[in-house]
Every structure is written in structure tokens, then in C-alpha cells.
Design a protein around this ligand. Structure first.
Ligand code: FPP
Length: 266
């Protein structure tokens, strides 16, 4: 129904309902339950300032803290960050080792404040290539935060979507060989339980910064019906205000999951 065909009272009600649905009140059920983020543009941010690429990653880490805090404040229960892909090993050795040290130091740092923040930290990815020192810390942080429930922060480190699906397929084939599962009755839900995100809801919203418009092997299974939001803002400039703009845009979308909008039946 067109807005101009409504009575002033009906129009007011409709506008009020729409603005409530898009409000950023903490806990608004219209907010996404799971936000995934491709944090891109650290290198370009640094280059624009004549700084080394590593300064861009440092500035990016500061935004990780701000965005995680904002999600916690808004009551968004899951946040997944693409920190290092299985393809990122192709970068110069010095940059890779800088990033690995940055992951280690920042995780060491957060272990002291995590209890107050009620953040559960989980990791998506494979151990191959990561140092035993970082892997031990990852295990420690996972165990230390396992009981926290305000925000689950998934860090995708050494993660690739195809690799994750392949890993799940191999596990399932092993289970079938042991006759512990029957391939004929395997469901999508059972398959998803073999992914690194087992037990978590699929992302409702995927944000990619820096103007690139691709998925880059991130959460390939889980993003089947995710809303995509691309912004030109470089990751080190992406703060809580930019996140809120993305959330408002998300709440204006009509999600149909392949169906039709309620009330639009034939
Ligand atoms: C992509 O920008 C960014 C990365 C590959 C690294 C992201 C890592 C951080 C922000 C640190 C996060 C730390 C933790 C603990 C989660 P790019 O380097 O590809 O930028 P460019 O495309 O401009 O070169």
C-alpha cells in the first residue's frame, strides 16, 4: 500500500513502527544476531599516510576493540572477524610475522580484561603453519572464556571457507567409514555441525570495508542468505558510527530467504 493512501493516523503509525524496527536500542530483535566482518584496507590506510603497512594493521587492531565493544553494548551476540586467511601466507614474510606477533600480543593483552567484558573468544581456522606458542595461547583463551555469554567473538585466523568445507567433508567421510553416519540421510544441519562455527547462527550481515566487493573465501557455507554491506571506508577508519550505519542499512532490508514477504500471498 502506498504511504499517500493512508490516513494521517495510519501514516504516523507506519512511520513510528518503521523507526522502532530500525532503532539501535540495545537488544532490539531487528538487530542482527551475528555480524561478520572482512577488515580490509589497512595497507591503503597506511600508504595514504606514508606509513609502513604494519602501522595500518596496528590501527586496525584498535578498531577491533571498538567494534567488539559496540557489539557488546548493542547486545549483538556473535561477531566474526576475518583476521588472516589461508591465502594471506602469500604476503611478504615480514608482514606475516608482524601479523602473527600482533595476534599473539593482543590475545595476551585481552586475557587480563576478558572476565569483566563477558566475551567468549573462539577461533575459526586450521592449526597448520601457526606457531606452537600462538596455538597454545589460542587454546588457553578459548578455555578461559568458554563460559562467557555476552558476546562470542570468532577470530578467523588461518581460515579459508573452501578449506573448512573440505575439512568437514573429510570428517564426515571418516565417520561414514566407521559406519557412525549414513550418507543417505545426512542433512544440511548435520553437515553444519562439522564446520568451525558448529552450534552458532549463520551471519545475518557481512560487512566488507575498503570498497572491494567480494567474499574472498570467507564463510562460504554460512553466508548463503547473509545480507552483504560494502563500504569504501578503510578498516582503520571504521568505528562504531560506521557500524551503526551498516546496522541501520541492514534493518531496512527485506529478508525473504527464497520465500515471499508475509502478506504478499497470491
Ligand atoms: C586486510 O587489509 C587486513 C588483514 C589481512 C589483517 C587484519 C588484521 C587486523 C586488523 C588485526 C586484527 C587483530 C586481531 C587480534 C583480530 P590489507 O592489508 O589487505 O589492506 P590493503 O588491501 O589496503 O593492502
Amino acid at each position: 500500500m502506498a504511504l499517500y493512501s493512508l490516513s494521517p493516523k495510519g501514516l504516523w503509525h507506519r512511520l513510528k513502527t518503521a523507526s522502532q524496527a530500525q532503532s539501535l536500542e540495545p537488544g532490539n530483535p531487528a538487530l542482527p544476531k551475528h555480524v561478520a566482518l572482512i577488515m580490509d584496507g589497512n595497507g591503503r590506510w597506511a600508504r595514504k599516510r606514508n606509513l609502513p603497512r604494519t602501522s595500518g594493521h596496528e590501527a586496525g587492531l584498535q578498531k577491533v576493540r571498538e567494534i567488539a565493544e559496540e557489539c557488546g553494548r548493542l547486545g549483538i551476540p556473535y561477531l566474526t572477524l576475518y583476521a588472516f586467511s589461508t591465502e594471506n601466507w602469500k604476503r611478504p614474510k615480514a608482514e606475516v610475522s608482524f601479523l602473527m606477533n600482533l595476534f599473539y600480543d593482543s590475545l595476551k593483552d585481552v586475557t587480563t580484561t576478558l572476565d569483566e567484558q563477558e566475551v567468549r573468544i573462539d577461533f575459526l581456522g586450521i592449526p597448520d603453519g601457526l606457531s606452537p606458542k600462538l596455538l597454545n595461547l589460542i587454546k588457553e583463551v578459548q578455555a578461559q572464556t568458554a563460559a562467557h555469554s555476552r558476546l562470542t567473538l570468532n577470530l578467523a585466523i588461518n581460515y579459508g571457507g573452501r578449506n573448512e568445507i573440505l575439512h568437514a567433508a573429510k570428517e564426515l567421510m571418516r565417520a561414514a567409514a566407521r559406519q557412525e553416519m549414513d550418507p543417505e540421510v545426512l542433512t544440511e544441519k548435520q553437515f553444519a555441525a562439522y564446520l568451525f562455527t558448529a552450534g552458532q547462527p549463520d551471519p545475518d550481515l557481512l560487512i566488507r570495508t575498503s570498497g572491494e566487493q567480494r567474499i574472498s573465501n570467507f564463510l562460504l557455507w554460512q553466508t548463503a542468505y547473509t545480507e552483504l554491506y560494502f563500504t569504501d571506508t578503510l578498516w582503520p577508519d571504521f568505528g562504531p558510527a560506521e557500524l551503526r550505519a551498516a546496522l541501520v542499512a541492514y534493518m531496512k532490508r527485506s529478508r525473504r530467504f527464497g520465500g515471499i514477504k508475509k502478506g504478499r500471498g497470491k
